[in-house]
Ligand binder design. Structure first.
Ligand SMILES: [Zn+2]
Ligand SMILES: [Zn+2]
Length: 748
């Protein structure tokens, strides 16, 4: 409901007269009392148990995506009973790491970390595919393998709330033992809870929260978490202690020197570990190619405030950022406050993250201060408005992208708008982001983006930060994680050459690496302080189509999808008018040559050819295909089986497309005798006519259609409304052989 009157009644702030630079001064002023309140856990207007703001209530409708099982598809089905890749039970190096995802790629972080034969899982993330165009929305780690070996996995620990660390939980958790606990900090658990409820998988007793810095037993380890700074609140690194040594995993991190939420990177704990001695350090490699150090979030805040101040009195500001970057949202709010503007959200995901943060008592401001987007656009003063949108990566359904293409029902871009691009373009998204920005620019609005604007800082450490941590922990072994294979290699080289780490390892997903044991600070066993790859398993990726379809690339028919997009698809219904069925008794016993001589040729058909995703040359290709098929069928004996006819028709269709278009489309041919089923009958029996295909790539109806012609006729007859129980009792009229002709035929 839109109500401009109600808006005015809320009290619109007086117009501020900020000159350039004034915003900066106001922005740097930090209210000491607020900081103190934050330290006590009373940050912003939120807090655990506090009433949800009416704004959030309106924006947070939970959409149910599953009954708890139906979204799993084939993700838990066995992929060939693969052996666990570790050494035989009770043997081999005691400390082990098996990456399931995240090594050699950015995303899908998931690994097993073990002591002897007991393991915990660290993170269960997804990856967004590069090829969303063919209908895939999520790539998941090998849930089938994790399910097969669920008895070895005693707990799951989540380092932080990014999708590449929690996004696969709805597929991973159902595959684990029902008693396996999942640990996360409060804010992260709020995000997890929402996802689990969406998939009907929330079991409060299994999902356990912990405080950053606390110590507790997890599987075979004692876990101590330590705070790291990143681009989402409440991120931890893990220290996993065991009698055989200590493993440190940083999670995703960078060092924020001036944390805007007051949460500092925990250098002290890492220094302590350095003195204690760590067997293994695993650290984030995302930005290993970037020299220097990351800039501070508060510097980004200053840049945002300055840019907003420059637009004073000129119109609306539309900011886009990663929805999960709550500290950035806090910076936008501060900048907006300094410039006398109010925030409104376009797109529900920012509200979801803010709500999770609010419930954990960590929201940077009270969500009730937000304007309702539709009311704000309708009736609020443009000069006092900042619209925060999703869509920094031009995601097809995100608010900014829809607005750029004029498809948003409420957000229409105006020439007076300033677009603040407070994010980075993720590699792979460049062309679609540029398309979006081009469209936005087409409206005549001003756009602020790019390195020089300083409107974004990365959440992942640059080289100098990485070196600092490597030197601080000074582990016996270093294993770079979270990055492309080249990044891992570079990180390992840097650790060896510049930080004095003696033993570095670069492994891939599916390779288990073991580390030598320590007892009372001394190395014991054959391996000493070294590491060794002790096993290997072939892992699969699973794909989800955004709905309930989940399976391997083969099961999701990725090859076929790409093939159809590139080459097109041709579907042909062949109604055979004069085929002769069933061998008459009197025809038996003659020679092959005489049989062939006596069988009349010339299959007559009605053809219906349909092509999709293919250039049909204004219909000429269809005519050509008709001609090719009919010409070839003229030479076919009337006794040919439907399978033979389908094979020949698909050969001709492919030959025709090759010669006319130089294309090799997928070809589906369905032949049937006149009056026995067909496309119009809804029987759905089609064959690929000899095309390369696997059982998994055929639909149920198609697989059935590959059976013999007699069975086909019967099945089609049962399935088709217009068809008959027994075609012989009531044969179709016209174009059929006379009884004498049939009697002359020699049947093979
Ligand atoms: Zn992250
Ligand atoms: Zn990550």
């Amino acid at each position: 409901m839109r109500c401009a009157g109600k808006l005015r009644a809320r009290g619109v702030p007086a117009t501020s007269s900020l000159a350039k630079g004034c915003a900066r001064a106001q922005f740097r002023h930090r209210d000491v009392s607020v900081q103190a309140a934050q330290k006590k856990g009373g940050r912003g207007g939120g807090g655990q148990g506090q009433q949800k703001s009416p704004f959030l209530k309106k924006r947070l409708r939970l959409r149910k995506s599953s009954d708890g099982v139906s979204h799993l598809g084939s993700s838990l089905k066995s992929r060939g009973n693969r052996p666990f890749p570790g050494p035989p039970k009770g043997q081999g190096p005691p400390l082990r790491v098996l990456p399931i995802g995240g090594l050699g790629e950015i995303g899908m972080n998931c690994m097993l970390i073990g002591h002897e034969d007991r393991y915990i899982m660290l993170d269960a993330g997804l990856m967004f595919p590069d090829f969303a165009e063919i209908g895939m929305q999520k790539v998941l780690p090998d849930t089938s393998f994790l399910h097969q070996w669920k008895d070895l996995i005693e707990a799951v620990v989540i380092t932080h709330g990014h999708e590449d660390h929690i996004g696969a939980l709805a597929w991973v958790v159902p595959g684990l033992d029902p008693a396996t606990p999942i640990y996360a900090t409060k804010f992260v658990m709020n995000l997890v809870e929402r996802r689990m409820k969406e998939y009907n998988l929330w079991q409060p007793h299994r999902f356990k929260t912990f405080e950053v810095g606390s110590k507790f037993p997890v599987g075979p380890f004692e876990l101590e978490s330590f705070r790291v700074t990143h681009s989402i609140p409440d991120c931890i690194g893990c220290i996993l202690r065991s009698e055989s040594g200590t493993i440190v995993h940083t999670g995703d991190w960078r060092i924020e020197e001036k944390p805007v939420d007051g949460d500092e990177f925990d250098r002290a704990t890492l220094e302590k570990i350095g003195q204690e001695g760590a067997t293994l350090l695993m650290s984030d490699s995302t930005n290993v190619l970037s020299p220097g150090r990351t800039t501070s979030e508060s510097d980004v805040g200053v840049a945002l405030a300055n840019r907003m101040a420059q637009h004073h009195g000129k119109g609306r500001i539309i900011a886009t950022q990663f929805a999960s970057n709550i500290n950035r949202l806090g910076m936008l709010k501060k900048a907006a406050d300094a410039c006398g503007r109010k925030l409104a959200f376009a797109g529900p995901s920012i509200a979801q993250y803010l709500d999770a943060c609010n419930k954990a008592g960590r929201a940077p401001f009270d969500p009730s201060e937000l304007l309702d987007i539709e009311e704000a656009i309708e009736g609020y003063d443009s000069n006092k408005l900042v619209i925060v949108t999703t869509g920094s990566q031009a995601e097809p359904r995100a608010a900014l992208n829809l607005a750029a293409f004029g498809a948003s029902p409420f957000l229409k871009i105006q020439p007076e708008d300033l677009i603040l691009y407070s994010a980075k373009v993720i590699p792979g998204n460049e062309s679609r982001v540029m398309k979006m920005m081009n469209n936005l620019a087409g409206y005549g609005c001003e756009i602020a983006m790019g390195r020089g604007e300083n409107l974004h800082t990365s959440g992942h450490a640059y080289q100098e930060e990485q070196k600092e941590i490597l030197k601080m922990v000074n582990p016996d072994n270093f294993l770079p994680v979270h990055g492309e294979y080249a990044f891992l290699q570079h990180h390992a080289n840097m650790a060896e050459q510049e930080c004095g780490i003696r033993n570095t390892n670069v492994i891939r997903n599916g390779q288990m690496i073991g580390f030598g044991a320590k007892r009372n600070g001394k190395q014991v066993g054959d391996l000493g302080s070294l590491s060794k790859v002790v096993g290997n398993v072939k892992l699969f990726s699973f794909y989800n189509d955004g709905g309930k379809g989940t399976g391997t690339s083969e099961q999701m028919q990725l090859y076929e999808r790409i093939k159809i997009a590139q080459e097109g698809i041709v579907f042909t219904n062949v109604e055979v008018k004069n085929r002769v069925q069933g061998p008459p008794a009197q025809a038996r016993g003659k020679t092959r040559a005489s049989r062939q001589r006596e069988v009349p040729t010339g299959i007559q058909v009605n053809l219906r050819i349909t092509a999709r995703a293919l250039w049909i040359d204004e219909g000429r290709l269809i005519s050509e295909m008709n001609r090719f098929v009919k010409t070839r069928l003229r030479d076919m004996p009337v006794t040919s089986s439907l399978n033979e006819i389908e094979k020949v028709v698909s050969e001709e269709l492919r030959r025709c497309c090759k010669s006319h278009n130089n294309k090799r489309p997928e070809v589906i041919v369905m032949a049937h005798d006149a009056g026995v089923g067909g496309m119009s009958s809804g029987s759905g029996g089609a064959s690929r006519g000899g095309r390369r295909s696997s059982p998994a790539s055929q639909g149920g109806g198609r697989a059935a259609a590959a059976q013999g012609g007699g069975q086909r006729g019967q099945r089609l007859a049962q399935g088709g409304r217009q068809s008959r129980e027994n075609p012989r009792e009531n044969p179709p009229s016209g174009n059929k052989l006379s009884k004498e002709e049939v009697d002359r035929i020699e049947w093979p």
